[in-house]
Write a protein that binds this ligand. Sequence first.
Ligand code: FAD
Length: 354
Amino acid sequence: MARVPKRASEPVPPETPAEAQVLSEHEGILVIVEQRLGQARSVSWQLLGQGRRLADKLGTKLMALVLGYRVEPVAREAIAYGADVAYLWDDPVLERYRTRPYSEAAVHVIRAEKPEIVLVGATYTGRDLAGAVATRLETGLTADCTLLDVEPPPTRLLQASRPAFSEKLMATILCKKRRPQMASARPGVFEALPPDPNRSGRVVRVGSTLREEDVAARVLDFIQDPDRVNLEDATVIVAGGRGVGGPQGFQLLRQLAQVLGGEVGASRPAVEAGWIDRAHQVGQTGQTVRPKLYIACGISGAVQHLVGMEGSQVIVAVNREPDAPIFRVADYRIVGDLHQVVPALIAEARRRLG
Ligand code: FAD
């Protein structure tokens, strides 16, 4: 009978020589890069940044896998963002995301290259792909992670952490006996490395086995929702909380966001009051964002909100309470009534930006 380890971090003794061989055959970290129409999602670069940190800790290589059609520039970008090698599967069958061919291609490359860790962005597409790939590889997947670390050799285990039990505690999940260890991670949680176009790395073309007639699903049309909220890639977010006072207050914030070319975010009470759609919620149970500029209006700065936005480059807070906790993380503090401050900001932004 297998010995049960006393601590979670203790290596589990392999049960069979074959199992031990499987674990030691796998090496390196692979990030599956998500792109749409040749444009990579920022979460992929964030994961390459974190993958680089973990690969350096393990003393191993960082790989990227780019799937799509006419996406060689994305593979080159992956090198600039930290990959040592980018596998490129460029195929008309992969022009639009469909579970079957994408998972087939990813499984093929993972079986050939044998990474010990595979990371995927926890977007709608990434969640779908990660589940399909983990099932085919019969390995463990920790979904929606907010922390990723590795145990140093000899265990080299991925420590994949995510909120659990209605977000009340953090669970760290290990995959001790199967390879690769898979995790998907939320957008905005990790920081991308500054891209270096002079970084050296290899782009390796792979693949050839996909046939359109083997894919049951056809994409007839692709309709972009004009009201789609994209907080993940926004460089400017103007966010409102309970202090905004109602749906009309959000109209004001929309105007400021529009002049600055940004999106509108919200705290949970504003969403729960029905003032704005849930897709706008920032924080522990909403989205994690990393814009260049985050303007928080009428938001007190509860920790559950801060975890979702404190990685922003510059934070401006507007609050009528001089002691509001949001001011502790703010780079610029404006004490005053947002109904006076925001119109003044809109007027000034229009004057400067035209
Ligand atoms: P309040 O705390 O009520 O703050 C309103 C602020 O507006 C005050 O600081 C006030 O001074 C200011 N104000 C009022 N009127 C004006 C005015 N006219 N001009 C300027 N300032 C004004 N919250 C989130 O945001 N996101 C989450 O994802 C999230 N997840 C949660 C998960 C769990 C498990 C729990 C328990 C809570 C979660 N919360 C979340 C809720 C969080 O704890 C806070 O209750 C919430 O962030 C507070 O929202 P708020 O700042 O808009 O409201």
